[in-house]
Design a protein around this ligand. Structure first.
Ligand code: GLN
Length: 289
């Protein structure tokens, strides 16, 4: 038998040696995940004994984390917009930057749409965008679209978990292929894979070795998905409807040109906390086709 204090110090030392960020916090999160305790309780019960089984399971998780597996895939969870999302290696781990897009969509919905709206989250992955919007706006309904059936399965689980599954339809489609070419959507939201293939080597190992490449890479230039998606959006947006796109560092200008080239009005570019343009907001005004 070991005490909480013993296994905490072993785990944080092991993680520190492997140069994992925030080793002590990571050790506590892994232990807390295994025994269902929060950090305060862990810190105040150092003398308590844990079973050999818990010790064994913790050891295995710590070694996997030390080997580069993201914490979120070990615990199966990531918080996004105040909600806990289940994540597996089939889906991208939701990032805080993507909350900018959700926040903006909510502002626009609340300011402009007194009744119901219909949205499509393209490349839904874990479903974090679609589920957050549906959760915040009870009068909304929409589509979570992904090419990957296993990603859609996770998105659906997250929708069920947060009580919004009856308002989201899960569609396996390559971008908007599965949608009729006529106005049917008020919001198209997308955080596409936008990393250029040649940047693969410079990504942290935990990203490049563990997150789904399909969810990360946007072809040679990183812009491939924008090039395909943007022209598909305008014919499917209702007049006054919006397209919100997350973009990678340095891509806003070129993606903005694609948006304008497709006949949409570029309304805004929103920066993240580091001052990088992260989210483009475009609108189909009533005169555009
Ligand atoms: N929509 C999901 C997210 O924002 C997945 C995005 C992706 O796979 N590129 O996290």
């Amino acid at each position: 038998m070991h005490t909480i204090a013993d296994i905490r110090s072993w785990a944080s030392e092991e993680l520190r040696r492997a140069r994992v960020d925030s080793p002590v916090l990571t050790a506590d999160l892994l232990l807390g995940f295994l025994i269902g305790w929060d950090r305060v309780r862990i810190l105040s019960h150092g003398e308590q004994q844990v079973s050999d089984e818990t010790w064994d399971r913790l050891r295995r998780l710590v070694l996997r984390r030390a080997n580069g597996e993201p914490l979120q895939y070990l615990t199966g969870e990531q918080e996004f917009f105040g909600l806990a999302f289940r994540v597996t290696p089939e889906v991208l781990i939701p990032r805080p930057e993507t909350e900018i897009l959700v926040e903006k969509a909510l502002d626009l919905i609340r300011g402009n749409y007194p009744s119901s709206i219909r949205f499509a989250d393209i490349g839904a992955g874990s479903g974090c965008i679609a589920v957050s919007i549906a959760h915040e706006v009870p009068s909304s309904s929409g589509f979570a679209v992904d090419v990957s059936a296993s990603a859609l399965q996770i998105a659906r689980e997250n929708a069920v978990r947060h009580g919004v599954a009856e308002r989201i339809l899960f569609v396996q489609s390559n971008l908007l292929d599965g949608f009729p070419q006529k106005p049917c959507l008020d919001f198209v939201l997308c955080n596409p894979p936008y990393i250029a293939l040649n940047e693969c080597d410079s990504l942290p190992p935990e990203v490049k070795n563990h997150e789904p490449h399909k969810a990360l890479f946007g072809g040679e230039s990183g812009l491939e998905i924008y090039r395909r998606l943007v022209p598909e959006v305008s014919p499917r947006l209702n007049a006054g409807g919006y397209l919100l796109l997350e973009v990678g560092a340095g891509q806003a200008q070129r993606v903005g040109e694609l948006v304008v080239g497709a006949g949409l009005r570029l309304r805004e570019a929103l920066n993240d906390l580091q001052g990088i343009a992260r989210c483009l907001v475009a609108q189909k005004t009533s005169r555009e086709k």
